[in-house]
Ligand binder design. Structure first.
Ligand code: KG4
Ligand code: ZN
Length: 333
């Protein structure tokens, strides 16, 4: 079965063709992502109106490219999976309306997918993972821990009370004048920096040991810059900040893994591309006899292959959503 995935929840226009083999194994035949970073960089963050306009321009070429790279045509597709939330409503609507149009024109089943379910299942694009497993979803919009009991059964164990981890990376990068989005730049700078140069606070949420909080660290960096200017080299400041974020992500994750005695921890979402987070979580998981599974970089950040995978389970069961479904900015999982 070939599934066409469509993703436009924020500032990436993405389309993918995913094959589900008879054995159930997913094979990504193509995954196209049209990135809008250049447009939003001028403003230091995503401008929703500009994002929607770019999606309108990019959605059909992305789908055509995905079909071309997969060497197939629309008539070879068995179903469409499209993100319907959470995200920016104007952005979501572009992908959803496009999916509806295609589904109606060629009478294909279409399912609406939760973007977070896409991130949670993204590691399964390349790895076979036994249930239950723990998923740490860390992106620009979300930071949460889920116990994944089965496909469709996601038990949220913890979440951020304020900023998402990626948001903290982006805000600190902005404070440091490193441009937008900043996660990757901070990661690269940190590789030549001393993580012990500046001691930053590691926040804990009172009475909620599996929750996260990242607003304090952003303020700590802002105050440091205000009081000390560039007294510390950018690579040392970046490394010190990154180390604190990694510590704050690791503690609840390891605690949840122990509490639920899972064999596997899946690390996913844009911040899962962070080299230090991957290395430290891998080492910590191993030392407790567990395994870390993380997608390749291209499936950490927003992509449509993960949306196709999340939708494929429902399509395989013969399910379809009505063409009346709507985009939902705060769609719960
Ligand atoms: O999953 P994603 O593409 O979009 C959302 O759903 O939010 O994640 C984007 C986020 C941005 O905040 C970006 O700065 C962060 O992922 N990011 C990173 C790295 N690469 C991307 N953060 C830290 N280290 C990285 N290497
Ligand atoms: Zn995302």
């Amino acid at each position: 079965m070939l599934v066409l995935g469509i993703e436009s929840s924020c500032d990436d226009t993405a389309a993918a063709v995913l094959e589900i083999e008879a054995s159930g194994r997913p094979v990504v035949r193509s995954s196209v992502v049209a990135n809008q970073d250049r447009i939003h960089a001028t403003y230091g963050g995503v401008v929703p109106e500009l994002a929607s306009r770019e999606h309108i321009l990019g959605i059909l070429p992305s789908i055509e490219m995905a079909l071309g790279e997969a060497a197939c045509e629309l008539r070879d597709i068995s179903g469409i999976a499209v993100t319907r939330g959470p995200g920016l409503v104007g952005s979501l609507l572009v992908g959803l309306m496009c999916a509806k149009g295609l589904a109606q024109r060629i009478n294909l089943p279409m399912v609406g997918v939760n973007h977070l379910e896409g991130h949670i299942l993204a590691p399964m694009l390349e790895h076979t993972i036994a249930f239950p497993f723990l998923a740490l979803v860390v992106s620009g919009g979300h930071t949460a821990l889920y116990l994944v009991e089965d496909i469709g059964r996601y038990n949220r164990l913890g979440r951020t009370r304020d900023d998402a981890a990626g948001e903290a990376f982006d805000k600190v990068a902005k404070l440091m004048g490193l441009g937008y989005p900043g996660g990757k730049v901070i990661d690269q700078l940190s590789q030549r920096g001393n993580p012990k140069k500046l001691r930053l606070p590691r926040a804990r949420v009172k009475h909620a040991p599996l929750d996260f909080s990242f607003s304090g660290i952003k303020t700590a960096v802002a105050l440091h810059l205000q009081d000390n200017g560039a007294s510390i080299a950018a690579n040392d400041l970046a490394a010190s900040f990154q180390e604190a974020v990694v510590d704050m992500l690791l503690r609840p994750t390891l605690e949840a893994a122990r509490e639920h005695n899972v064999d596997t921890i899946a690390l996913t979402g844009g911040v899962a591309a962070n080299t230090r987070l991957r290395a430290r979580l891998d080492e910590a998981a191993r030392s407790e006899g567990r395994k870390l599974v993380a997608p390749s970089f291209k499936y950490c950040t927003d992509n449509a292959a993960m949306i196709a995978l999340a939708g494929s389970y429902r399509l395989l069961r013969g399910e379809r959503d009505s063409l009346g479904i709507d985009a939902e900015a705060n769609l719960p999982l």
